[in-house]
Design a protein around this ligand. Sequence first.
Ligand code: ARG
Length: 467
Amino acid sequence: MNGDKPTGAVLWAGRLAERPDAEAFAFQSSINIDKRLVFDDIEGSRAHVATLGRQGILDAGTAEALDAELLKIAEEIRSGKLPVDEGSEDVHSFIEGVLTERLGDAGRSVHAGRSRNDQVALDTRLYLKRRVPELQNGIGAVIDTLLDIAERHADSVMPGYTHLQRAQCVTLGFHLCAWSCALRRDRQRFAEALARIDECPLGAGALAGTTLPLDRENTASALGFSRPTLNAMDSVADRDFALELASVCAITQTHLSRFCEDAVLWSSEEFGFVDMAEAWSTGSSIMPQKKNPDFAELIRGKAGRATGNMVTLFTLLKGLPYAYNKDLQEDKEALFDSLDTVETCLRMFRGMMAGASFNTVRMAEAATGGFLEATDAAEYLVRKGLPFRKAHEAAALAVRDCIAAGQNGIACRSLAELRERSPLFDNDVYALFSPAACADARRLPGGTAPEEVRRQIAALRAAKTCG
Ligand code: ARG
């Protein structure tokens, strides 16, 4: 500590004769993080001033002067004429300080019936009501891009994997619809979280409400909320909106990380399914031949950050006594970082996928020769009346026969050989063994047949408009 005293005004100077020194003051200040709430703070203050005026707590002239000045301040901040003073304690002190500096006692009246505790809860909710729809749109844009690719590749066969072993034939369109379903749920989760945020904390004061006759219903609807919060103490203590949103961000980012892991695998020489655009790849500082999927890897890695922010918030709140405690100031850095991370990663992922080109020849090759038709052979026998366990065994033995004979597909067996495993095999079984036939045979809802994939694409596109 250097002993310097900060010179800016604080809102609580009356009670304390001494001020923290510069380093201690900076330590407890949050302006660097909450300055992004400045326009929300102004909007909230305008609604509060209007209520104070309407309820006769402020005279009409004072309320009007405050409103005009708040508008002017917003304009000046927007144009860069008034920089946010980073020496202020927080964004709320900054705005009240400017009002007081410019309007004197009118500025000193703005905080009647209000506490920074309900103010910060309000500002954060207003900010989230603006910001979360942007993330929802970001998710929608990624889904659009994935579905465009899915449409082009509704017929492109590739292996589907379980245990990272080739399992059954799918199409690329089908795989991308699977990703899109996950993202669609994420968008719904954001919408549901937003619905719970839609209550106005203003009027809660420090924790118990206020003796001044505020009109909370009116303030809430002026600010675009559905209703005021029910309980003042809950209004200032609650941060589960932050927990919920950080969790939804962590889930979304975890989804992106899984998609990116697929993309990293697919772009390896071993798979060779996808070629990332050069603009969405990086090189190596030492190995001249390298073309690395850094974007996919970084998006994958940022899931750690999103999960970390979520854990930060849970840890922050665990055991915190009611109602407001300064610990809560720590909520914003983690929450904002999660929102920023997800929003950026959605944009990066979308660009990367839009620039990717798929090697349908390699994908089809990988879907050939690994006995991916074995389940189809078993189900053929089931359709002929054989109990599934026996059908499974007959198909498995046919696969063993192939391996023993150095053959890479059940189609290599003659009908006589297949009939040694089950007399129910007939000539028509051979038509089922190609990757395209395997994919096309799964026509039930949710299946991977191209026609069904096109139906899923249409359903996902239609769902876009509803949450
Ligand atoms: N900067 C504070 C925060 O972000 C605002 C609320 C401060 N309230 C208080 N009683 N110190 O939480």
